[in-house]
Write a protein that binds this ligand. Structure first.
Ligand code: 5GP
Length: 188
């Protein structure tokens, strides 16, 4: 029988490079899966429904919440985001390590529900560097960048609630550090 996989809380400020690190993690460990969330926000260019997110309406989102279908859910920058319960439980039962790439309000709900959860927070080398990356991505307008920077400052304060903080100073190094943490944890 398969050993149950590890649930991993994987958070960080928007624009910190979580996505780039995640791509490398998925390539380097076939037992890692990224949970696909439901969201009410509009898809960005290049985002594929069912791969990056399940893009749904607010009514659909609230119906799932009412049916207790989320591990956690939260509102972030005026949009709803939630982790579908069955999707995650199925993957864990198959032995996959399931990464939840979620913001801090949702992460707090997960920490309360699953006290043993492995939690990793990705921080930028500095806030100035984060703003540079966010603007460089070019997918957000000025107002949104300012809003996201304010959110990021709060999130960094929150990062001490996580078991591990990983600085994204270099993608390969950060990926290696996360794999070490995960593999040590699965051996415990
Ligand atoms: P974005 O709109 O940039 O894709 O995501 C905005 C924030 O929402 C990010 O911090 C992302 O990690 C978080 N997020 C994505 N999915 C979920 C989810 O299912 N639940 C919660 N609480 N946050 C999520």
């Amino acid at each position: 029988m398969n050993k149950k996989g590890v649930l991993v809380l994987y958070s960080g400020c928007s624009g910190v490079g979580k996505g780039t690190i995640m791509k490398q993690l998925l390539l380097r460990d076939p037992m890692i899966r990224l949970s696909v969330s439901n969201t009410t926000r509009q898809p960005r260019e290049g985002e594929i429904p069912g791969v990056h997110y399940n893009f749904i309406t607010k009514e659909e989102f609230l119906a799932v919440a009412d049916a207790d279908g989320y591990i956690e859910h939260a509102v972030y920058c005026d949009n709803y985001y939630g982790t579908p319960k069955k999707h995650v439980e199925d993957l864990l039962a198959q032995g996959y390590h399931v990464f939840l790439e979620i913001e801090v309000q949702g992460a707090l709900q997960v920490m309360e529900k699953y006290p043993g959860v492995l939690s990793i927070f990705i921080v930028p080398p500095s806030l100035a560097e984060l703003e540079r990356r966010l603007r460089g991505r070019g997918t957000e307008d000025d107002k949104t960048v300012i809003k996201r920077m304010a959110q990021a400052e709060k999130e960094i304060e929150f990062s001490n609630k996580y078991k591990y903080k990983v600085v994204n100073d270099d993608v390969d190094r950060a990926v290696g550090e996360i794999l070490d943490i995960l593999h040590r944890y699965t051996e415990e």
